[in-house]
Write a protein that binds this ligand. Structure first.
Ligand code: PEP
Length: 253
């Protein structure tokens, strides 16, 4: 059964305007020469979303993602951005549940469930991040931990809504540390996530759900990670900030 392959670059809070436009332009220029079999997603900081989305609009397989959204549609929430605002810019995706937001902004599973619903109701697809800290993996409780994240923030969705979700498995101990999960660790968790989706929804939905790996993915390790049956691509942080490295990762998929 076929499913969407994807490599997404999470730029986090990096790049000034000119740097961001240069990076986007370099990636888009290279993307034009690609087959389009892999969807390329750019997640720049929010001030640049509209411009970068306009730059990529002629390439159907290049999409733009926001890095967060608020759970309410509008109101007195200074500094926040709603899902409907993102949708009004014709963005395709929003990243939700990133471990940095869970940590620095104290985002709970319950809040994330609300954000996921807000995003889907606005017409966005969601790249939903999950993943365990090192202490949990050392206790061999990583599968239970991730299952609880999925249950708490995604399982309220119905069978139509869950199709708007891309899952990104990002073990916290691998994010920005240079310590990548092994190909075996990634495959094992991705298969577990897919099986959990099959049990909650259907085997068909599970087989068509895109599941990305994230955590110190780079041109040297991407090939081995992506070769796994259940790894449909990557969510890339640091290595997405350099066009050449990001392109090499896309080409590894
Ligand atoms: C991320 O933050 O989503 C990520 C995967 O970062 P890095 O690739 O830098 O580990």
């Amino acid at each position: 059964m076929s499913r969407k392959l994807m490599v997404a670059g999470n730029w986090k809070m990096n790049k000034n305007l000119m740097e961001a436009l240069t990076l986007a332009s370099q990636v888009i220029t290279r993307a034009k020469k690609m087959s389009g079999q892999v969807e390329i997603v750019l997640a720049p900081p929010s001030p640049y979303l509209h411009t970068i989305n306009s730059m990529s609009k002629d390439l159907s397989y290049v999409k733009v993602a926001a890095q967060d959204c608020h759970h309410k549609t509008s109101g007195a929430f200074t500094g926040d951005i709603s899902a409907s605002m993102l949708a009004s810019m014709n963005l395709a995706y929003v990243i939700l549940g990133h471990s940095e937001r869970r940590k620095h902004h104290h985002e709970s599973d319950v809040l994330l469930a609300q954000k996921v619903s807000a995003a889907i109701e606005a017409g966005l697809s969601v790249i939903f991040c999950c993943g365990e800290p090192l202490s949990v993996r050392e206790k061999k409780e990583h599968e239970l931990f991730v299952l609880q994240q999925l249950e708490a923030s995604l399982w309220h969705l119905d069978a139509t809504q869950i199709k708007q979700i891309v899952v990104a498995y990002e073990p916290i101990w691998a994010i920005g540390t240079g310590q990548t999960a092994t190909a075996e660790q990634a495959q094992e968790m991705h298969a577990f996530i897919r099986n959990s989706i099959a049990q909650k929804y259907t085997q068909t939905i599970a087989q068509t759900t895109t599941i990305l790996y994230g955590g110190s993915c780079n041109p040297a390790n991407a090939g081995a990670l992506f070769a796994n049956e259940d790894v449909d691509g990557g969510l890339v942080g640091g290595a997405s900030l350099k066009a050449e490295q990001f392109i090499q990762i896309i080409q590894a998929r």
